[in-house]
Design a protein around this ligand. Structure first.
Ligand code: NDP
Ligand code: OXD
Length: 319
């Protein structure tokens, strides 16, 4: 009798039905769920595939025969940081559902700041009736940093709402009806931006990137009075001391933050108490497990048929 193939999952999704939900996509595999205490110390040699989110530090010493590694999310910084990462294809998660969720979140946050929702909520608590100046979307420039799968979709949807949208990415993009900037055009891009949307991956270049120097270059005399910052990329891209200072000294009028340098955001963080900040718990665009498993299955089938894997990471750029 031939032994069923095995696949590892090491996902910290807090979903009790994860393995049951995965089974229909992998009827011919034994699923080794490392969250299952019974797997502690189990021999992981001879296994070809793993689907991981923030994998345990010893994964690659235990599973030495992996041929392809799948990220449980769109980002891969959580894998790149693990010691001993083998030189095998690393596939990220690209998915319509995840992309749509992210754009919903980004659009929502831009509208929150455009339509002054935070000050209005504050007034409501005080039973206070006062209308703030509210420019229309077309007067406001949203600068999207990162024009990849997520940035491009969000930018397109923001344009559909009437915002003036500009974009910035490492390499130059040509997008109909959108002014774009490459890495060298950073200052020009920032100088035109009223609402900055961060959808960058975490790499050595983007670590600590949103800092006081960058915030100070955003457009100062825009229709919202001061610029706003929205980040759903990665928290380690923001310098939180600088961010806090910018939010309290008026350099920034407000922010929406889904990601933080340390997650969960520590109770002691002063960011919690700022009334010009929206905080969500890294929930902008969660991976839908069934979509993730269908994607991994498709890629494994492609790989085993000798076809090229899609959505592999460039190990030099780190995304
Ligand atoms: P992509 O790889 O498709 O796009 C990344 C974009 O960032 C590209 O346009 C790339 O430029 C640009 N970029 C990367 N490094 C630099 C740099 N140093 N300078 C300028 N531009 C740079 O990624 P996605 O759009 O799919 O995802 C982006 C990130 O969003 C993920 O890496 C993850 O961190 C985060 N994310 C957060 C979620 C959440 O719930 N908060 C959910 C999912 C993802 P170029 O086009 O030139 O290569
Ligand atoms: C991702 C995330 O990278 O959820 O997909 O952060």
């Amino acid at each position: 009798m031939t032994r069923a193939r095995r696949i590892i999952i090491d996902l910290k999704f807090d979903r009790p039905d994860l393995v049951a939900g995965m089974q229909p996509y992998f009827p011919d595999f034994d699923i080794i769920d490392l969250a299952d205490k019974a797997q502690v110390g189990r021999d992981l040699t001879g296994i070809d595939y793993a689907i991981v989110w923030k994998p345990d530090a010893d994964l690659f010493t235990r599973a030495q025969d992996l041929k392809v590694l799948f990220s449980g999310g769109a980002g891969v910084d959580h894998v790149m940081a693990v010691p001993g990462l083998p030189d095998i294809p690393l596939v990220r998660f690209v998915d319509r559902n995840l992309t749509t969720r992210m754009s919903e979140w980004v659009v929502l946050q831009c509208l929150i700041h455009l339509r002054r929702v935070l000050p209005y909520l504050d007034q409501q608590k005080k039973r206070h009736w006062h209308e703030f100046i509210q420019p229309e979307a077309a007067e406001v420039t949203v600068g999207v940093m990162g024009l990849g799968v997520l940035g491009l979709d969000a930018a397109t949807k923001l344009k559909g709402l009437g915002f003036n949208v500009i974009g910035w990415s490492r390499t130059k993009k040509h997008i109909d009806g959108m002014e774009t900037f490459d890495a060298a055009g950073l200052d020009a891009f920032l100088g035109k931006t009223d609402i900055l949307v961060g959808l960058l991956p975490l790499t050595p270049e983007t670590t600590g990137f949103y800092n006081k120097t960058l915030f100070a270059k955003l457009k100062k005399d825009g229709p919202l009075g001061s610029p706003f910052f929205i980040n759903a990329g990665r928290g380690k891209s923001q310098n939180e001391d600088d961010l806090l200072a910018a939010l309290t000294d008026g350099t920034l009028g407000g922010a929406s933050l889904d990601v933080f340098a340390v997650e969960p955001l520590p109770q002691a963080s002063p960011l919690w108490a700022l009334d010009n900040v929206v905080i969500t718990p890294h929930a902008a665009a969660p991976s839908e497990p069934s979509a993730l498993f269908a994607h991994v299955r498709r890629e494994i089938d492609r790989y085993e048929a000798g076809e090229t894997l899609q959505f592999t990471i460039n190990r030099t750029t780190g995304y």
